[in-house]
Ligand binder design. Structure first.
Ligand code: CP
Length: 402
């Protein structure tokens, strides 16, 4: 009997090495990590320019281009602002929702994407409950994909609009932020240049900023009330690694399940900000500090508030708790942002919240509607940011085809 002949081994096919450090479509925005600081600058500058553009002129920029919004999860702010942004640039938009499409019949993300592409979509804006879904859709369709929130992973356009909101209140000369500054000041930012932009470690005359970032327990640089200082609002539109030096942004609450927290934790320290995470261990594992440099954990809410230039409150994501027991009364006692806490510990801080907000849980109605809150303004910044991001997606698509 012949000895068995071992079958010849097939050589392993390794995936091709992409010649670009970004192996995806150049118009895609999947993660904030995909963006260089120059990219961030360009998006912010373009957002300001598009916001100023005359509506009829603006509507010619992407006239008749096709934008699909593919939403597997509910959304008010992100979906509406992306749609309004694309429409105001003249694009045709279509919404595919998991509740009223063949997704309900079991069609996969890949087949839904290929179908949308066959129907003529040139970019897809995707919200999905699974982390990583935008990468899968990118690989399946090779279209520019805009991540509108994937599970507990990332929400890059939210981080960009949060950044725009912070910069809208930041006086680059004094490194002080002003809760009562207006959109009008922000709108002129791309047109003016300030000769004395603060650098990391600078001591700016009249400022409370100490060299470097404040350490735990140090008093925060304040988002002071804006008193009509004519030099305010002169951020020059260029983002650099010291743009947020001396600024402490505290993110409070359900960090574990928050894609907004993750995108902000990845973006803001690259601009020199110190990010403090605050919440109970069930919602904030200690390992969170390992996401990158510039991140610290402070369990005591009052101590965290005292360090904060910006306080970003997060919703408890009941839909993602997956059996995790949380005593809401205990949570509110420890972490609810009340008027009293704000007055006593962070009277100059700017209050942000990505929404949706649950009044009476993570913050009180008085704080949500109060003078330190920029929550509604964040929503407004979302339209301008998403105009810039949709334009980037379709412009890159055009260049890729040329
Ligand atoms: N911030 C945010 O993503 O809100 P929506 O879920 O309403 O889009």
């Amino acid at each position: 009997m012949n000895a068995a002949v071992a079958p010849a081994r097939r050589s392993i096919q390794l995936p091709p090495v992409p010649d670009s450090p970004f192996p995806y479509h150049p118009g895609s925005l999947l993660s904030v990590d995909d963006l260089t600081l120059d990219d961030v600058s360009r998006i912010l500058e373009r957002a300001a320019a598009l916001e100023h553009e005359a509506p009829l002129e603006r509507a010619r920029i992407l006239a008749k281009r096709r934008v699909a919004l593919l939403f597997y999860e509910s959304s008010t702010r992100t979906r509406t602002s992306f749609e309004l942004a694309a429409k105001s640039l003249g694009a045709d938009t279509t919404l595919i929702s998991s509740l009223s499409s063949s997704i309900e019949k079991g069609e996969s993300l890949k087949d839904t994407g290929l179908t949308i592409k066959a129907l003529g979509a040139e970019t897809i804006i995707l919200r999905h409950s699974s982390s990583g879904a935008p990468w899968l859709l990118e690989e399946a369709t090779r279209l520019p994909i805009l991540n509108a929130g994937d599970g507990m992973h990332e929400h890059p356009t939210q981080a960009l609009l949060d950044l725009r909101t912070i910069l809208a209140h930041l006086d680059p000369k004094t490194r002080i932020c002003h809760p009562e500054s207006s959109m009008a000041q922000y709108s002129d930012l791309s047109k003016t240049r300030h000769p004395e932009r603060g650098r990391r470690g600078d001591r700016v005359e009249g400022s409370a900023v100490q060299p470097g970032a404040p350490g735990p327990g140090s008093p925060a640089t304040g988002f002071r009330r804006w008193g009509g200082d004519p030099t305010f609002g002169t951020w020059d539109g260029t983002i650099a690694d010291e743009t947020l030096a001396g600024i402490t942004i505290t993110i409070v609450g359900d960090i574990l399940h928050s894609r907004v927290a993750r995108s902000n934790m990845r973006l803001l320290p690259r601009l020199g900000a110190r990010v403090v995470l605050c919440g109970p261990p069930q919602l904030l594992p200690e390992i969170a500090v390992q996401i990158g440099p510039g991140i610290a954990v402070e369990r005591n809410f009052e101590a965290a508030l005292r360090q904060s230039t910006v306080v970003m409150m997060l919703r408890i994501q009941a839909e993602r708790l997956a059996g995790l027991q949380l005593d809401l009364n205990e949570y509110k006692a420890g972490y609810q942002l009340t008027g009293e806490r704000l007055r006593d510990h962070a009277p100059q801080a700017l209050v942000l919240h990505p929404g949706p907000i649950i009044r009476g849980l993570e913050l009180t109605a008085g704080v949500a509607d109060g003078p330190q809150s920029a929550i509604v303004e964040q929503v407004r910044h979302g339209v301008a940011i998403r105009m810039a991001v949709v334009e980037r997606a379709l412009t890159a698509a055009k260049e890729a085809r040329a």
